[in-house]
Design a protein around this ligand. Structure first.
Ligand SMILES: NC(=O)c1ccc[n+]([C@@H]2O[C@H](COP(=O)([O-])OP(=O)(O)OC[C@H]3O[C@@H](n4cnc5c(N)ncnc54)[C@H](O)[C@@H]3O)[C@@H](O)[C@H]2O)c1
Ligand SMILES: [Zn+2]
Length: 362
């Protein structure tokens, strides 16, 4: 098992990473020295089938625990599910010294974390991530649910007390979800670590990724995220770097309709566009064609669907939480590991997008 310590202005907490460590979850939780009068274990139905009962049985020997499984998928990040979980917490008599455990991917982490941030004005929670994407979402303390008018619009900053990342759980993850999570790993490499990107470029297919590579990806991805978040917990400055590939990515996700494309596939498209703009505006000396063909080989899309209009994407970008006064902020690279924030008008982005799309995404 490896461990990392995340240091933020508000809190410091450990991340434990290793294959099979869920079987020691009781000891790891005890080592945190939290009051834990009761535990509410929140998971989703898919994850519950595989890991829910096992974790419940283990923890029940030490604490009063109630397990609740929400339907799997993005729709669980709703105000109705939030209320249901608050009701479960009240009926189970959780108190201010109780703890919520989030066993699952980013959906469960964001939802359970938001419940923890608001129940009795905020109680402890611990993340047990089970997807590769959750190396990103489980660290950093952003928790949220969706509003019908937009994703993650209702949320809080609430850091977990610990992250227990059993990488063995990734063994049951569908390929599509693995690819989605890998996009965030690739993002972390692009913005911070050239050597790591070169390691990743050796991966020839998703199903060829070894356990050793997975452990390494999770460890390095979390290290990079934590280095950024520890300097900027509330997104006043460099935390924006984590948005690399996300300005267009979020627009594509919203325009296709949530669930029609995975977050990672959309981010992979966004990264390809950001690299195109980086080349044009900052002369970023990257072999963009090599990157594009590698991403395609891994199964990522290389271009935005033809029936999605550039105007619609621009309008989505203008509505993004990070857009201010009609100026769209883009995260660019002047080389791998060296990030530049750049502001564009909608007109400028439209021009770049049209040019990139004419190239067929290349
Ligand atoms: N808080 C943050 O900083 C942050 C960052 C990035 C993304 N997010 C959020 O994360 C969410 C996406 O997370 P995700 O991609 O993990 O999706 P997810 O939680 O929906 O998981 C994807 C699918 O995999 C299944 N699954 C999970 N673990 C499994 C396992 N080990 N074996 C088999 N199946 C498993 C789930 O049931 C689900 O169907 C989005 O809502 C996004 O907004 C948050
Ligand atoms: Zn993301």
């Amino acid at each position: 098992m490896k461990s990392l310590q995340i240091e933020t202005a508000s809190l410091s907490y450990p991340v434990f990473i290793g294959g099979g460590i869920r079987k020691n979850a009781d000891e790891l939780l005890s080592s945190l020295d939290l009051p834990m009068t009761k535990l509410l274990l929140i998971t989703d139905e898919e994850v519950d089938k595989r890991y829910g009962e096992e974790l419940l049985n283990l923890l029940e020997s030490k604490w009063p625990v109630k397990k609740v499984a929400v339907p799997s998928g993005e729709q669980a990040k709703s105000i109705d599910m939030f209320m249901k979980l608050q009701t479960e917490a009240i009926e189970f008599h959780l108190d201010r010294s109780s703890c919520i455990l989030a066993l699952g991917g980013g959906v469960v982490g964001d939802l359970a974390g938001f419940v923890a941030s608001t129940f009795m004005r905020g109680i402890d929670y611990v993340q047990f991530p089970t997807t590769l994407l959750a190396h990103d979402s489980a660290v950093g303390g952003k928790v949220a649910i969706n509003h019908p008018l937009g994703k993650n619009l209702i949320g809080a900053f609430h850091q977990p007390k610990a992250v227990v990342y059993d990488t063995e759980c990734l063994g049951t993850l569908p390929e599509k979800e693995m690819r989605s999570g890998l996009a965030e790993v690739i993002k972390h490499a692009f913005i911070h670590d050239e050597a790591f990107l070169h390691e990743l470029l050796k991966i020839k297919s998703i199903d060829a990724i070894t356990n050793e590579q997975l452990n390494d990806m999770v460890y390095k991805g979390i290290s990079i995220k934590s280095a950024i978040v520890s300097q900027d917990e509330r997104e006043a400055g460099i935390r924006a770097y984590l948005n690399f590939g996300h300005t267009l990515g979020h627009a594509v996700e919203a325009e296709y309709g949530y669930g029609k494309i995975t977050h990672g596939d959309a981010v992979a498209l966004g990264m390809q566009f950001a690299l195109f703009v980086s080349e044009k505006v900052l002369n970023c000396p990257l072999d963009r064609r090599q990157i594009t063909s590698w991403l395609k080989q891994l199964g990522y899309p290389g271009e935005v669907k033809l029936d999605t209009s550039t105007e619609a994407l621009i309008s989505r970008m203008l509505n993004d939480k990070k857009t201010r006064g009609g100026i769209i902020q883009f995260v660019l690279l002047d080389r791998i590991g060296s990030v530049r924030l750049h502001s564009f008008t909608a007109k400028e982005i439209e021009r770049w997008l049209n040019m990139w799309r004419l190239e067929g995404g290349e």
